[in-house]
Design a binder for this molecule. Structure first.
Ligand SMILES: CSC[C@H]1O[C@H](OP(=O)(O)O)[C@H](O)[C@@H]1O
Length: 337
């Protein structure tokens, strides 16, 4: 691994006092294009089109959207509502907006809201580093692991959740090979996770989503390590589409399954995974690749972009508050109740 790992330099969401600079994740890995959001509505649009994506990152971006609105003096109630509706599954978005609202209700001015948004961002980075250590400690030296989607610096304030565990595990010699699933249809794994891992000099191989079970069958991986968008009160976990089938295959093949997410991803107000809204995105995202249509005209598609892994298929949930092994409602209540 490159001693000057670049993960410390990837900050996909950057506040500049009167604008929010975003690294456009639709353009990676071919182009590193930045653009500025100067209004809350521009932040909402950026979240909607996945220019910024990843559960923690969209919560952080939304918090800065509130600051942009407060500085411009527009009424904040409609701004909070519009930001909240940008995407439905990742609870970090609602958590961040609720935290900003509580400061607004307490009379915070624009400067105080700016400090709050900065705190949200800084706390996320600190949580990722702690989770990296906690999760890596579970992994026996010399392990190969499989990850899904992108849960790295691009999806957070930096370092990453599942990818943070992988970074810490590689640094500690506990992980010697990473397999990254391509993550159809938006290709977060192929386009974003491989970009982060190659930049860090971490040994990584891309695998087709459909190759994951075959990989596990041949004993190539010890852990599947993924992020989360919403963890319900019983430990059921919503994450990128394809996660559920990875968990089924992992259990079948005796591979351990780790979910890594900050406490801002835990939603104790949602009883179980059946109650988590799964975002359905446009069929066109499935009917084309890189803007080129790959399916006959007239064809339609069903494009859910998250699924729910039941708690009984999860071996460990790693948060900055600690590790929950074989999560269930009572353990979740003990830590997050
Ligand atoms: C630490 S990112 C968590 C989560 O967010 C991603 O979804 P998306 O790329 O659609 O924003 C993916 O589900 C990650 O696991």
């Amino acid at each position: 691994m490159n001693a000057n790992a670049s993960h410390d330099t990837i900050r996909a969401v950057q506040w500049h006092g009167d604008r929010l600079a975003l690294l456009d994740q639709r353009r990676l890995p071919g182009e590193e294009i930045w653009f500025d959001c100067r209004t809350a509505d521009e932040v909402t649009d950026a979240i909607r089109v996945l220019a910024v994506r990843g559960a923690p990152a969209i919560g952080i971006a939304a918090a800065w959207g509130v600051v942009l609105a407060a500085k411009s003096g527009v009424p904040l109630e409609p701004i909070l509502a519009t930001l909240r509706a940008a995407r439905p599954t990742a609870v970090n978005l609602m958590w961040a907006l609720d935290r900003m609202r509580s400061r607004i209700d307490a009379g915070a001015d624009a400067d105080a809201l700016e400090r709050e948004a900065q705190a949200i961002q800084d706390e996320d980075l600190a949580a990722n580093r702690l989770m990296g250590e906690l999760g890596a400690a579970l992994i026996e030296p010399g392990s190969h692991v499989l990850t899904h989607c992108n849960t790295g610096s691009l999806a957070t304030a930096g370092y990453g959740t599942a990818l943070g565990v992988i970074r810490a595990g590689v640094e500690a010699g506990r992980i010697t090979q990473v397999y990254a699933g391509e993550t159809r249809p938006w290709l977060q794994g192929a386009r974003l996770t491989m970009w982060e891992l190659v930049r860090d000099g971490i040994p990584a191989k891309l695998v087709a989503d459909s190759a994951a079970s075959h990989l596990m069958k041949h004993g190539e991986v010890k852990w599947v390590i993924v992020g989360a968008d919403r963890i319900a009160a019983n430990g059921d976990t919503a994450n990128k589409i394809g996660t559920y089938q990875l968990a089924i295959a992992a259990r079948h093949h005796g591979v351990k399954f780790m979910v890594v997410a900050p406490s801002t991803t835990v939603d104790m107000a949602t009883a179980n995974g059946d109650d988590i809204e799964i975002e359905l995105r446009e069929a066109t995202e499935l009917l084309s690749i890189g803007g080129k249509r790959t399916v006959i005209d007239g064809a339609d598609a069903w494009n859910p972009v998250f699924d729910v892994t039941p708690a009984d298929l999860i071996d460990a949930i790693v948060t900055e508050r600690g590790v929950i092994l074989r999560p269930d409602e009572s353990q979740m209540q003990a830590v997050f109740g």
